[in-house]
Write a protein that binds this ligand. Sequence first.
Ligand code: DHB
Ligand code: FE
Length: 281
Amino acid sequence: MAKLIGGLGTSHIPAIGNAIHKGLQQEPYWKPFFDGFPPIREWLGAKKPDVVVIFYNDHGLNFFLDKMPTFAVGAAQQYVNSDEGWGIPSLEPLRGEVDLSWQIINTLVEKEFDVTTCQEMLVDHACSLPLKLFFPEGNYPVTVVPVCINTVQFPLPSAKRCYALGKAVGEAIQSWDSSKSVAVVASGGLSHQLDGERAGFINKVFDLQFLDSLESNPEWATQFSVHELVKKTGTQGVELLMWLAMRAALTAASPKVQRVTGNYHIPISNTATAVLALEAV
Ligand code: DHB
Ligand code: FE
């Protein structure tokens, strides 16, 4: 059976792509964020996952407001980045792990999640940037399964539902008939709001409490409604649902996790950024 070895989380701001493209990683503005990644790469280098399952949110690229699945799972041979303009000009396509995609889709539907199945799927910065941050040299040594959670068009799924989804994805990975090792990834957050009266809103106290809860009390955030989460973290801060799903997936591997490394920095663009690696113990 496949082995679920751990979980990673990172923010996914397009400006990060631009900073990578221009080689700004050591500039004072960017260094505190990029400094979070060498320990993550060290962990990846030691553990060598074959596959990553990425919880992310599409931002109106593959799914627009007229057709918005709550949960969508990619089942494609490859995923092409199609963010326009402002990130890295050209990114290599992500290679799909189709067999695991169907394992996840079948398991989710069996467990009564009504998912959208995507045999063709374009991806944006939320799916492509984590890979570039984890494997900056390119030629990604992993295949991927993208799991998309709607956080852009109301109604959004509840924290409780995203936790249940993550747990079911973890169970699907653990029961996959394969000798491969798998890591789960969360892409998004933490607190940020890009528009409206509260543009620039950041909530460090809540972010740190949430990051702590991922280690010690993973269901903590499920007490909040989506509207409460928006109030506490901003309209885009609700992307932290990805982190909750990632953490829930790990419960399928082990009742306990150990924090390998983490980093929290304010701000990059309008966002409170975080980077985290959790290992199933
Ligand atoms: C920013 C943050 C995001 O999550 C995103 O998807 C796009 C932009 C930002 O802070 O600029
Ligand atoms: Fe985003």
